[in-house]
Design a protein around this ligand. Structure first.
Ligand SMILES: [Mn+2]
Length: 317
């Protein structure tokens, strides 16, 4: 019973960064990629099938614990499980370390897991390499939006690669680079090409969203409504920056996910606005569900009819 299980986030490089680090340290490793909504059923399956008994240690990284996850772990897994994360929570357990902000420094799951492993496996040569810490910092600064201050674009480029390359292929290619290169972490020529292509696509998409931005009164705010389903953070941040004097925030109607996102660069807490509409988030970035009540607030510019029409168009394309 020397197997290790890592359960990590499937959506981005921060979740995968934890899998990369675990691969460096543990030989008998299983990895499950998932999202916060599905975590509870994964834990229940693990316990009901008694598979959890096969593991010496279980790590959960980059996943906020929702629903009954805290209770399930506390009653069944607390002796062998460690939860390392950076998503807001009001619960606290001895087996859970959640770090969000340390005097303005924002950790990500990969950086928290890295610090933990470095402390526990002090002599691991791969972990100690500059190229490994460079990779960790790139992932952290992109995942926490601190790349705006640090100017570190490597995490952004890696994310472009992440959405275009099969996960295990990318994981092994990154591991190979960490094993062979001591001083710096570099993208391959192929990855640079992929990232440049994404840049160009994004630029065209932002241009399209800018041209189609609808000015509306939303609650009591002057708002730019973008009916779009891709790159919501880039769309929201860029358009809010461009129209910061004219528009309080950018509201993105994401018809694919059936949710609204809010982004602003202004001094407005959009997390509070989203909370009054059944959602939540941070002060500059938040979201709330698309339902009859919230659709009414953007009608007639965006309503059920437009939503259904767009979803049908998407299907036939
Ligand atoms: Mn993260």
């Amino acid at each position: 019973m020397d197997r290790i299980l890592l359960i990590t986030h499937d959506a981005d490089m921060d979740g995968m960064g934890c899998a990369i680090l675990a691969n460096i340290i543990f030989d008998n490793l299983d990895v499950i990629y998932t999202n916060p909504d599905d975590l509870e059923s994964i834990l229940l399956d693990l316990i009901n099938s008694k598979k959890h008994l096969e593991y010496k240690e279980i790590f959960i990284t980059d996943l906020g614990l929702r629903n009954n996850c805290y209770e399930i772990i506390e009653s069944n897994l607390k002796d062998k499980l460690l939860h390392l994360d950076h998503h807001q929570t009001d619960k606290s357990y001895s087996w859970s370390t959640v770090l969000i902000d340390i005097n303005g420094f924002k950790p990500s799951a990969t950086s928290i897991f890295y610090d933990y492993l470095l402390d526990r496996f002090k002599d691991n040569e791969i972990l100690k390499k500059d190229s490994t810490s460079e990779l960790v910092e790139a992932i952290r600064s992109y995942d926490t939006y601190q790349f705006k201050q640090t100017g570190n674009m490597l995490g952004y480029k890696l994310t472009n690669v992440f959405v275009n390359i099969e996960r295990n292929e990318l994981l092994h290619s990154i591991l190979e680079r960490l094993y062979s290169n001591d001083t710096s972490f570099n993208l391959t020529d192929e990855e640079i090409k992929i990232s440049d292509r994404c840049d160009k696509e994004l630029e065209e998409y932002l241009d399209y969203c800018d041209k189609n931005l609808i000015r509306i009164k939303f609650l009591d705010y002057n708002v730019g409504l973008s009916i779009s389903n891709k790159y919501r953070s880039s769309v929201g941040n860029l358009l809010s920056e461009k129209y910061k004097d004219e528009l309080d925030f950018i509201l993105i109607a994401d018809y694919e996910r059936e949710s609204f996102s809010i982004r602003t660069v202004n001094d407005i807490n959009v997390g509070n606005i989203a909370a009054t509409l059944g959602g939540g988030g941070h002060d500059k970035a938040a979201g709330f569900p698309m339902n009859d009540e919230t659709l009414k607030l953007t009608s007639p510019y965006f309503d059920r009819n437009i939503l259904n029409k767009l979803k049908n168009e998407e299907k036939t394309n």
